[in-house]
Design a protein around this ligand. Structure first.
Ligand SMILES: *[C@@H]1O[C@H](CO)[C@@H](O)[C@H](O)[C@H]1NC(C)=O
Ligand SMILES: *[C@@H]1O[C@H](CO)[C@@H](O)[C@H](O)[C@H]1NC(C)=O
Ligand SMILES: *[C@@H]1O[C@H](CO)[C@@H](O)[C@H](O)[C@H]1NC(C)=O
Length: 460
């Protein structure tokens, strides 16, 4: 990666954007009411923001203002991973948004993050969900740089459309492959602010993120072994003959060695496909939202898609009346899907380390929280914890909150450690890869502390 090159490209693009007069207003994106929605007091908006000069690419967003007093609350941009999965379908409608589809109706999520913030969900890059490129060739090889660039243009133009949020405290949060998207976008924002300060970026939160490929992926072996999913002898070959980062590297280069194939087949056989890798205590297929990390476990692709056909979010977002209410349209696809069916993401971008980008953000004064659902075997807590600790050491940051439990209600919500009051790590006890889905109360507690810039509660 050459950060300088993609920074300047993004600058040029954003500067071009500034020249265009965008007359669209937020009023046209206001949602009157979503089908089946209970009465609520907050406003919702959704629609498209065009991100290229030729007006060929448009990114779709859904925005739920805070339940009470939105003008005093921060703006949180939420991004899911994949790469190629939908923040609207996964994030908003299965994790931390105000509603969850249930049959023909929407039910309130009482742990919605819009209790604390104005929540903006973005389907990115083009080709994901309702976001599209009218020129199909765009989909052929999308990568991190292209995604970050479009996300930056989106953020600029969205703020033009919603001018009252322009100087609002801004946070970016998300999970999984958003461990790439978020630091890369935040970095572009920091660069952009040097010319013109428009992003009041106050922090980023990364849940079970891919930050450094080898450390993240190779922590899987120990996690599976210590949770009893693989035997001692399989653990041995999975850490000596072929580790997971090597397997993934070979897999995406179409050069799978017989050794790695054999090792991973053995691992797969022992772990069984009837245990959810994103939460080893869960039964399979709670929801197709779990497919957001398909790319991180490629050998399971066909199983996961098949098992998860009945999903309330898929049904809901494919209803014509729902799409109309959302001002959404399907372009070049016949169905809204959780993860893109048209996008060909460059999966080798998995190997780009973003932990160094996290380091430069911390150095420029942006607080970072890395949190881990502790039942996830795909991006296990141990890898994330190692990476954060290593980064703190590199940056010469001392521990300001020693490793200790944190509380939500009267129970232990997980463990936390803070370095230099800027870089935090936290686990969420009993949580999956999708923390707000599996531990909504604890996730909301985590958000509250993060937005307040406070360490997680030490007592109850
Ligand atoms: C579509 O995009 C490709 C690659 O970006 C470009 O070469 C081609 O000219 C575009 N087609 C149209 C009709 O603009
Ligand atoms: C994983 O395998 C690669 C290639 O064999 C090796 O270079 C690397 O050190 C291994 N990493 C771990 C953590 O075992
Ligand atoms: C970290 O702690 C060491 C040893 O106590 C001290 O010398 C150093 O100045 C501290 N660094 C920071 C950034 O506070």
């Amino acid at each position: 990666m050459k950060p300088a090159a993609w920074r300047s490209a993004a600058m040029a693009m954003a500067a071009a954007a500034a020249l265009l007069h965008l007359c669209s207003s937020m009023a046209e994106d206001k949602i009157a009411k979503l089908p089946g929605q209970p009465q609520v007091s907050f406003q919702q908006y959704s629609g498209y923001i065009t991100v290229d000069k030729m007006k060929r690419r448009s990114l779709f967003y859904y925005f739920a203002e805070a339940e009470a007093d939105p003008s005093s609350k921060p703006l949180v941009l939420w991004l899911n991973g994949g790469p190629g999965c939908s923040s609207v379908g996964v994030g908003a409608f299965s994790e931390n948004g105000p509603f969850r589809p249930s049959g023909k109706i929407l039910v309130r999520n009482e742990f919605s993050w819009n209790k604390e913030a104005n929540m903006l969900y973005l389907e990115t890059p083009a080709g994901v969900g309702f976001s599209y490129s009218s020129n199909d060739s765009y989909y052929a090889e999308v990568d991190d740089k292209m995604t970050a660039r479009d996300n930056l243009v989106f953020a600029r133009r969205w703020l033009e459309k919603f001018p009252q949020y322009k100087h609002r405290d801004l946070y970016i949060a998300g999970e999984s492959y958003a461990g790439h998207y978020i630091p890369q976008l935040a970095d572009l924002m920091v660069q952009f602010n040097k010319r013109e300060k428009i992003f009041n970026l106050k922090g980023i939160a990364l849940g079970n993120p891919v930050l450094e490929f080898a450390t993240d992926f190779n922590s899987r072996a120990e996690f599976l072994w210590s949770h009893g999913l693989i035997s001692d002898s399989t653990y041995h070959i999975f850490t000596s003959a072929c580790n997971y980062s090597r397997y993934i590297g070979e897999y995406y280069r179409d050069s799978l060695s017989p050794t790695c194939e054999k090792v991973v087949n053995q691992v797969t056989k022992e772990t069984s496909s009837f245990v959810d890798k994103y939460d080893v205590t869960l039964d399979v297929c709670i929801s197709s939202m779990l497919s957001q990390s398909l790319a991180l476990s490629p050998q399971h692709v066909s199983e996961r898609i098949d098992v998860c056909v009945e999903d309330e979010t898929i049904d809901y977002l494919n209803r014509k009346d729902v799409q109309k209410a959302l001002h959404a349209k399907l372009r070049g696809v016949s169905q809204w899907t959780v993860c893109s069916s048209v996008l060909e993401y460059n999966f080798l971008n998995l190997e780009i380390p973003t932990i160094s980008v996290v380091g430069s953000l911390v150095k420029s004064g942006i607080p970072v929280l890395v949190y881990s659902g502790d039942q996830d075997s795909v991006i296990p807590l141990t890898g994330s914890r190692t990476l954060v600790q290593r980064l703190a050491k590199e940056l010469g940051m001392n521990t300001t909150v020693p490793y200790r439990v944190w509380f939500e209600g009267k129970q232990v919500g997980g463990w936390t450690q803070v370095y230099g009051d800027m870089l935090s790590f936290a686990t969420v006890r009993g949580a999956s890869h999708e923390v707000p889905f599996s531990q909504p109360t604890r996730a909301l507690g985590l958000l509250r502390a993060f937005l307040a810039g406070r360490p997680l509660p030490e007592a109850f």
